[in-house]
Design a protein around this ligand. Structure first.
Ligand code: FES
Ligand code: MG
Length: 590
């Protein structure tokens, strides 16, 4: 590699376009990019070549805004002295992709690693938005470790159903209940669903998309204020321009993901996720990004750095408001300001513009939307790290435990935070939908709904299904939730206090696989335990008789995925990929 610190800096891309040692290959590279008029004099000028990883398309509508503002990124790169090259990222769309978009996170990651390694890039602008698009891009940047900056697409505008705010996903969960109880018919069900989409942009509640983009900004990978700008705002296009400009400066300064994605930055992300009331999916994605950066962020770190912090951001599903209000209230910089007041911000963590994260804080303009750390929406609102004889690791999102759930399950005078329930077990979501209203299951208020075969191997990809709603007869009695647990995930837009990401998953023979209907499960939140009240002898007997489910593998990629994926607790990474580091310093053969 050239010495990037010298003034006559030679960039990685010049090994393709300005290589006197191999005029034959150099002429071939120059010739092919001439195809659309990019000239040899530009490519040989020694200017950095910055990729724009385009995640928007008609197949990825949540990120569609990037197809409309990509020219502003190009302008920024050009004005700062770089040369932009736009290329597509494997599309990911959360709600349209079957069996789950989670299958595509590692696919987009691998694809992006190959592109950034195998083509003449000195840096990259990562366009992000919909849930998995953000971690896929950042994971790749971590593995390749060339200068990289995140441009979020931004949330949709605030939406309304009739006279009420209609939050992405959150409205859908509500519509499902109203439909089940007969309060709305098919037409209103679809009407409520469509009301969630007033404009281009990603989900406007604090689901996985807004969570992950807010955490990308917290990690220091995007410019100050980037995450919350709604997609259609003029500010979004201006942010695209500034992001393009900054990407070139990062190449000149050789400011790489490894300089930014430090342990301190990840601790900040975990803390901010609590203040946001962020998605449970963040645990999987943040752990994955850290591992690809060579750092060990564990499920326990989520409790250590996140649990004992308050919920401050009043956004659905934990609160009332949506993305526009979050943006007007100050967005991520205002959340960082509160973390700083609590003395919990690692202020020295470096960001993409060369400034420390501590210099990026601004007090909120709206206390209805971002509460003060002195008077929070809820104390101790982070994730709990659970374990027991049913599993080694799982998480519980405490910020969405509402008063009704607390009263029914957690406020027993003799044993606060502890309850027992009769297990009702479903083998994946089709089984749940087929049998949840089956009277023979005898589901009542004392039941715990459990779903399995929904982990990374079992589904495959891990399904967002643990937030199961109770049977219709309980909903009609006003019982809107039961305790739920499973080896899958749930949507970040769900307000269900599930115990999820259970590891090891049932498909590979985790103890969850041995659970039977009507077994008694004891949940002990103060001791962070979930235990099955079945004797060891009985469990040993069940183990002897256990046979793995026949996995229906429908595509080659599903097989590759199943063969390589690790558990949700450590990020559902491809274990062999975690060993690859600084791939961008390895120069591929001609
Ligand atoms: Fe794409 Fe929510 S479904 S952002
Ligand atoms: Mg989601």
């Amino acid at each position: 590699m050239a010495d990037n610190k010298s003034s006559s800096k030679k960039f990685r891309s010049q090994l393709w376009f300005d290589n006197a040692d191999d005029i034959g290959m150099t002429s071939m590279y120059l010739e092919r990019y001439f195809n659309f008029g990019l000239t040899p004099e530009e490519l040989k000028s020694g200017r950095p070549i910055v990729g724009i990883a385009q995640s928007g398309s008609e197949l990825s509508p949540c990120n569609y805004i990037h197809t409309q503002i990509v020219d502003r990124i190009r302008d920024g790169i050009r004005d700062a002295g770089g040369i932009p090259l736009v290329f597509p990222v494997h599309p990911i769309q959360e709600t349209g992709r079957r069996p789950t978009a989670a299958l595509d996170r590692n696919l987009a990651y691998l694809g992006l690693v190959e592109i950034l390694h195998g083509y003449p890039f000195d840096g990259v602008v990562l366009t992000t938005g919909c849930d998995k698009t953000t971690p896929a891009a950042i994971m790749a940047a971590a593995t390749v470790d060339i200068p990289a900056i995140v441009l979020s697409g931004g949330p949709m505008l605030d939406a309304y159903w009739r006279d009420r705010l209609s939050g992405s996903g959150t409205t859908h969960w509500e519509a499902r209940k109203l439909h089940a109880t007969g309060e709305i018919g098919d037409e209103d069900y679809i009407g409520m669903a469509l009301s969630q989409v007033p404009s281009t942009g990603h989900c406007n509640s604090m689901g996985t998309a807004l969570t992950m983009n807010s955490l990308a900004e917290t990690l220091g990978l995007s410019l100050k204020g980037c995450a919350s700008i709604p997609a259609p705002y003029t500010e979004r296009a201006a942010m695209a321009y500034r992001t393009g400009k900054t990407s070139v400066q990062m190449v000149f300064d050789d400011l790489k993901p490894s300089n930014i994605l430090t342990r301190a930055a990840f601790e900040n992300a975990i803390a901010v996720n609590t203040l946001l009331g962020g998605s449970t999916n963040a645990q999987v994605h943040i752990n994955a990004i850290a591992r690809h950066m060579g750092l060990d962020i564990t499920v326990n770190d989520w409790e250590t750095y996140g649990y004992d912090l308050p919920l401050l951001v009043n956004l659905q599903p934990a609160g009332e408001f949506l993305g526009e209000a979050f943006h007007r209230a100050g967005g991520v910089p205002a959340v960082l300001w509160e973390l700083q007041q609590l003395g919990k911000l690692n202020s020295d963590a470096l960001t993409c513009d060369g400034n420390n994260i501590g210099s990026r804080t601004t007090e909120t303009r709206d206390r209805r939307v971002i509460y003060s750390a002195d008077a929070p929406m809820k104390e101790q609102a982070g994730f709990l790290s659970m374990r027991g004889n049913l599993f080694d690791a799982a998480i519980l999102k405490t910020s969405v435990i509402d008063a009704d759930f607390s009263r029914r399950f957690l406020e027993h005078p003799d044993h606060p935070g502890k309850f027992e329930g009769r297990a009702i077990v479903f083998e994946g979501s089709a089984d749940y939908h087929a049998r949840i209203n089956d009277p023979d299951l005898n589901i009542d208020e004392s039941c715990i709904l459990v779903i399995r075969q929904t982990g990374p191997v079992g589904w495959p990809g891990s399904a967002e299904v643990v937030n199961m709603q109770p049977p219709d007869h309980l909903l009609k009695q006003g019982i809107s939730s039961l305790p739920t647990m499973g080896d899958g995930r749930q949507s970040g837009t769900s307000g269900s206090p599930s115990i999820l990401h259970i590891t090891p998953e049932s498909a590979i023979g985790g103890p969850l696989a041995l659970l039977q209907n009507n077994d008694i499960i004891c949940v002990d939140i103060p001791n962070r335990r979930v235990d099955l009240k079945v004797s060891d002898a009985e469990m040993a007997d069940r183990r002897t008789n256990w046979r793995p489910e026949d996995l229906d593998t429908q595509t080659p990629w599903q097989q590759i995925y199943r063969d390589n994926v690790g558990p949700l607790s450590t990020g559902a990474c491809f274990e062999m990929a975690v060993d690859f580091e600084s791939v961008g310093t390895k120069i591929p053969k001609h």
